[in-house]
Design a binder for this molecule. Structure first.
Ligand SMILES: Cc1ncc(COP(=O)(O)O)c(C=O)c1O
Length: 489
């Protein structure tokens, strides 16, 4: 013991030298050093420190409510009644809200949302999800036995990757992920000690996915690991693209031919804005392609309460649907999720409302439709605005934001700025984003946190700030880019 009672570092059982090395490899740029600095700057502003700006504008994370989006009334009314059932006697709440709260409560142990649920998720919620999928996919059947509620999509993705990770050295599981990627994937792969296998999206063709690139990536990976999984995010994060029907069918043919497990991250399925773009679920197309594929391809698709028009990230609700999974593996999956007892019951209840919203003729229907339409229309406008303003800046090029909640513009950085970043041991786009934050208060995430082709630089920004703030942000960004380019040219 030292004099002040603290254990000296060398005596501790757990130190950074003795801890799980896989955890040290985990990185998550979305909440990385830029965001930590942004929080510090906010504190400094509150303490009266003078800055060239009055507030920090955060466009680093896809958290709609944190950016001012209002919750959907029906969802919160039902959740309020579930949390505090005495409100069922209050005549301020419409009858359909009360009926839905009663139905959820009746499905909970002791009629309380505070009880553990079954590990796979509440039965009637899984049934509602299966009905939703069938409706969404034009009648393709869905079995509630294949539905697992999750603690947000993150939990489901990490759990499935855990099932898939095996082998040592050259037989270690390789996980194919898009570059740029959402860093949950690289983080989960690092934590599990699996092998990250990159395939690049085609920036020149609006971040589309070329099968020839998948073939290249797979062939190269087979030299050093055992690639067994292909992960696709559609609509995409951070790139905002919506993959075409043709592309998804080609991916299904590719995984069938190469014997790969397919993980489809479809959390942005309602966030499609661009004309001519449409969301096609992997499940639907798989079944439309006939039994040759639908009896063979092992697919898991993920959805969440966090995105779309709901943006209810904090409830940690989500589900996954597993198709063609070996029954013995399903038993192992049930065992694995049982260890965690259950996903949060309020998250499950909210997921139920998302898949089973008010119906025409019910008292809450009109308000619900109006609120949902308003949010999606706003996002579509902001997607267009972002692309338009960014493309007026010399040295920034931005693909159309077809869907999801992000743009991932490419930035030209002068040679001297790159040298300056190197001198500071920073990635050039990290240096750019850090300088932007210090000078303007705008908080973005450098492209290097998502992966990008060598020699190219990007940043990711969300389109979530309210329109007036987004305009300020984009114009400040424009000014900054011009100044930064001049300064380092
Ligand atoms: C593509 C993608 N998948 C999964 C997630 C995680 O979502 P959840 O909040 O449901 O865990 C996100 C969150 O931003 C995401 O962008």
């Amino acid at each position: 013991m030292s004099q002040n009672g603290a254990i000296p570092r060398h005596e501790r059982v757990l130190t950074v030298d003795t801890m799980n090395p896989n955890v040290k490899k985990v990185e998550y740029a979305v909440r990385g050093p830029i965001v930590q600095r942004a929080v510090q700057i906010e504190k400094e502003l509150k303490e009266g420190v003078k800055k060239p700006f009055e507030e920090v504008i955060k466009a680093n994370i896809g958290d709609a409510h944190a950016m001012g989006q209002r919750p959907i009334t029906f969802f919160r009314q039902v959740m309020a009644l579930c949390a505090y059932p005495k409100l069922l006697d209050d005549n301020k709440f419409p009858e359909d809200v009360k009926n839905r709260a009663r139905r959820i409560l009746q499905a909970c142990g002791g009629n309380s949302i505070g009880a553990y649920t079954t590990s796979q998720g509440i039965d009637c919620v899984r049934q509602d999800i299966a009905n939703f999928i069938k409706r969404r996919d034009g009648g393709v059947p869905s079995d509630s036995d294949n539905i697992y509620l999750t603690t947000g999509a993150s939990d489901g993705i990490a759990t499935v990757l855990k099932l898939l990770t095996a082998g040592e050295g050259r037989t270690r599981t390789g996980v194919m992920i898009s570059i740029p990627q959402y860093p949950l994937y690289s983080a989960a792969i690092a934590e599990l000690g699996a092998v990250q296998v990159n395939y690049y999206l085609n920036e020149e063709k609006c971040w589309s996915l070329d099968i020839s690139e998948l073939e290249r990536s797979l062939k190269a990976a087979r030299e050093y690991c055992n690639p067994r999984v292909l992960c696709i995010i559609n609509p995409g994060n951070p790139t905002g693209q919506v993959q075409s029907k043709q592309c998804i069918e080609d991916v299904i043919r590719f995984v069938a031919k190469e014997n790969l497990f397919l993980m489809a991250d479809e959390v942005y399925q309602d966030n499609v804005y661009a004309e001519g773009c449409e969301f096609h679920s992997f499940k639907k197309l798989l079944f439309e392609m006939g039994p040759e594929y639908s009896n063979k391809v092992e697919l898991v698709s993920f959805h969440s309460t966090s995105k779309c028009y709901m943006g209810e990230c904090g409830f940690r609700g989500g589900y996954m649907e597993v198709i063609n999974m070996d029954p013995d593996v399903k038993a192992q999956l049930i065992k694995l999720v049982s260890v965690r007892l259950c996903p949060p019951a309020p998250g499950q209840a909210l997921m139920d409302l998302v898949v089973n919203p008010p119906q025409q003729g019910e008292p809450s229907y009109n308000t619900f439709i109006k609120e949902r339409t308003d949010v999606l229309r706003d996002l579509a406008e902001k997607a267009k605005l972002t692309e338009e303003i960014l493309n007026t800046v010399p040295g920034i090029s931005c693909n159309p934001v077809q869907g999801a909640m992000y743009s991932f513009p490419r930035i030209d950085l002068p040679e001297r700025a790159i040298k300056e970043a190197e001198a500071r041991s920073q990635a050039p786009d990290m240096f750019y984003c850090m300088t932007l934050l210090e000078e303007t208060g705008i908080c973005l995430v450098p492209g290097s946190g998502f992966g990008q082709k060598d020699g190219t630089y990007h940043f990711r920004m969300t389109i979530l700030p309210p329109t007036d703030k987004l305009k300020i942000l984009l114009n400040k960004l424009k000014e900054f880019h011009e100044k930064f380019t001049k300064q380092y040219s």
